[in-house]
Design a protein around this ligand. Sequence first.
Ligand SMILES: [Zn+2]
Length: 241
Amino acid sequence: MDVLRTVANFVFGMECLGCGTSSEKLDPWLCPTCAAELARESRSPKFPNEDSFCLFPMRPLTRRLVHALKYRNIPGLASYLVRRSSAVKHGEVAQELLMLAQPLYFVPVPLHRARYRERGYNQAELLAAALATAMGGKVCRWLRRKTFVVSQTKLSKEEREMNVAEAFVACLPQELPTRGSIVVVDDVFTTGATTSACLAALGTEIPLPLKVCTLIYDEPASAAADFAADCRADWDAFRGK
Ligand SMILES: [Zn+2]
């Protein structure tokens, strides 16, 4: 029976991305229990500093989902998660964004080209598109990566900051907008090093207010450093490997 279920899950993809159990009531990614848990988590958006808004805290469930978005080739999770964020629907993040000078320009943190080729999509760009749909505004690819960045997750905090401090360059249209606000979008906010580097690159080129919005806020320091290892361990345990 287990073998049949595994085969059915493989063929029909009827496994909850949160807890791994088979369910006929997926929405289409989570079972009702995990969907309720996600709804609870969405009521705790995080604000790591006055310019940064994060839709969900990092918890076992949200960690699995962001991992699936990045590494399991499920790009549809980006808009799914933004749509399920109560902070976006009618909460604090929506209020913060709507208080900014409009229109909103959502600028995704770019992936390195090699990683984009391997993944086929940039999750930050998908999140930016979902935010632009939810809040009004448009997606602007106004950042480019200058140099190859070694996977952030393998580095110490200091190394990460040095590594990304000058990793981005602004790539703006000839005619700059004179009003509105820029919101840099990324999947996870850890130390804030990546988004700070993006703000620094844009700030010297364009005189508009700059904010940051990410899907997840991960507690700083140690949790961030071994995020990748944790994810792998979690996922392997969860898959029963
Ligand atoms: Zn579940």
